[in-house]
Design a protein around this ligand. Structure first.
Ligand SMILES: [Zn+2]
Length: 228
């Protein structure tokens, strides 16, 4: 039987991993994809990879499995993208939701700050168009202290019409963001933390969680762990 979903997904949902050019990936507004757990993967338990399954690792020797898994993931990442990824970091462009902020404007803004090109790896426009703005094999310029081992994803908006921080994502942006994250997990593995820029603010009281009063900025203006 003709499978429209797969055909659509094939046509629209591919992400370019190689060189950045503004290859545009359009995501249709309604698309099924598997549910995504936004919580960081529990490092103590890890994820059993398909390769490990194929090699039939001993379930009882968990520590060996965990170490082997880490080696597998590191090798796989190195082969796929050339560097190790530990974080997928979500940002907003901190621009008014009712005014366009194009890729060209974003590039101009980042060049004005002295970057060679756009600091994020992906930019998601209000209509859901996802633009690969930097090769993911190249460290980004979007989150101090985390650039070497992260992928930066930015959505257009983040401020309401009054200029106040708000979750201004359109339905298309929500879908495109989840789809992009889902596809990136297929490339970098599940053992990464998916979080917002603000969640990486310093944990001043050292209790292990970054509370709202510790945020140094509000970006991406929504709770990634809850609302991605
Ligand atoms: Zn940010």
């Amino acid at each position: 039987m003709f499978n429209a979903t797969n055909k659509v997904r094939k046509k629209y949902a591919r992400i370019t991993v190689g060189t950045p050019g503004y290859a545009q990936v359009r995501v249709p507004p309604v698309l099924f994809f598997p549910p995504l757990s936004c919580q960081p993967v529990d490092k103590a338990h890890g994820v059993r990879t398909r390769q490990m399954h194929a090699m039939n690792f001993d379930e009882t020797n968990f520590q060996v499995e965990k170490n082997e898994q880490e080696v597998f993931m590191k090798r796989r990442m190195k082969r796929n993208i050339g560097r190790e990824i530990t974080h997928l970091i979500i940002h907003c462009s901190a621009t008014h939701a009712d005014r366009p902020f194009t890729v060209e404007q974003l590039e101009a803004a980042h060049r004005a700050r002295g970057f060679e090109c756009i600091g994020y790896h992906y930019y998601i426009l209000r209509d859901g168009t996802t633009v690969n703005t930097r090769a993911i094999g190249r460290p980004g310029a979007h989150c101090k202290g985390y650039n070497a081992h992260s992928i930066g994803i930015c959505y257009e908006g983040g401020l309401d019409v009054e200029g106040c921080p708000a979750d201004t994502r359109t339905p298309e942006q929500r879908i495109a963001l989840r789809l992009l994250v889902w596809q990136l997990l297929g490339i970098v593995g599940r053992n990464v933390r998916i979080c917002g820029h603000r969640d990486l603010s310093p944990d001043l009281d050292g209790d292990g969680t970054v509370e709202p009063e510790e945020w140094t900025k509000l970006c991406p203006c929504f709770d990634v762990a809850r609302d991605l």
